[in-house]
Design a protein around this ligand. Structure first.
Ligand code: PDD
Length: 294
């Protein structure tokens, strides 16, 4: 029996899950999403992901279709299928199917809600050791990058350009400022200071980004939210990118030139260890079977 996914109040095998061709997600990209990692069967930073989902929904003028307890019940049921394995929950809410293709938001429409869980692919240890290669690209996205919208064409085009140039990610640049990656947030280290761009409409408020800042502060590592000019990035001692699926990845090549000595740096090593410890605490808490929203 294949794994079940959640679609509009139902639990179904993937092959039996269907959405109308009139769905506004399909026709317009009119919807939002979340990717939530789960370790040892426990969603990681659940409260923060659900808060961002509510923010994204409110920004596109939608009410949350489910409350936090209902979300958790769905996640638990889906995660249980793979037990303690590390997983990633994918959650998508679109404005739903309406009987006409109409740009304006219809008044009476039922949202489409999809949740699925898949094994979380482990980071490639070789890549972690070598570090990522990134290129910088002009940010061709819109002015509301703070919304986790399913409309990702600009991200896809930029990611593809990076791949075609032999890199793993593109760092997007707007008005001379490096903001984030196509699917990740950006950090740099300069003279012992960890720096990430401040939140704005030009970047996604990453859950991993916030956690990294939190962990740095707890550990007494100096950190700051400040804009990063491309020229500053070129002079960085270390560059990292972060996301729920990549965690904290070192970047060792920028536009085909080595970052500092071209190897993952000591601050990254510290942060990677802090992040791993945080995941471990969540797993242990699950074993003590305590409900957790970390
Ligand atoms: N993307 N910026 C962008 C544009 C992203 O798409 C993502 C994550 C991030 C990092 O956010 P977080 O730390 O909350 O995962 C930043 C997800 C993983 C994706 O689209 O698959």
């Amino acid at each position: 029996m294949s794994r079940l996914i959640y679609l509009n109040d139902d639990y179904l095998p993937l092959e039996q899950a269907h959405v109308s061709v009139l769905d506004r997600g399909f026709l317009f990209g009119d919807g939002v999403y979340e990717v939530i990692p789960a370790y040892g069967g426990m969603p990681f930073r659940l409260k923060e992901h659900l808060q961002r989902l509510e923010n994204s929904l409110s920004a596109i003028r939608m009410e949350p279709p489910l409350d936090r307890h209902q979300w958790l019940a769905i996640f638990t049921r889906l995660l249980d299928q793979l037990g303690d394995a590390d997983q990633q929950l994918y959650l998508q809410v679109t404005r739903g199917a309406y009987d006409k293709r109409l740009h304006a938001m219809p008044e009476q429409v039922t949202p489409t809600v999809l949740v699925m869980s898949n094994p979380l692919s482990q980071r490639d240890p070789e890549l972690v050791q070598r570090g990522l290669s990134v290129i910088t690209l002009e940010d061709i996205r819109w002015q509301r990058c703070d919304i986790k919208a399913i409309t990702l064409l600009a991200n896809i085009l930029s990611q593809q350009q990076a791949r075609e140039q032999g890199a793993e990610e593109a760092i997007l640049v707007r008005d001379g400022l490096a903001t984030e990656g196509t699917a990740s947030n950006l950090f740099m280290v300069k003279e012992g200071l960890i720096i990430t761009p401040p939140k704005s409409n030009h970047l996604l408020p990453g859950i991993t980004r916030d956690l990294v800042l939190e962990l740095a502060m707890e550990a007494g590592l100096p950190c700051a939210e400040a804009t990063i000019r491309v020229e500053e990035l070129e002079q960085a001692d270390e560059i990292w990118i972060t996301s729920s699926t990549k965690e904290v990845m070192p970047v060792t090549r920028l536009d085909d030139r080595p970052v500092a000595n071209g190897r993952p740096g000591p601050m990254w090593e510290k942060m990677d260890a802090l992040y791993a410890a945080c995941k471990k605490r969540l797993r242990q808490r699950n074993q003590a079977s305590e409900q957790c929203y970390e």
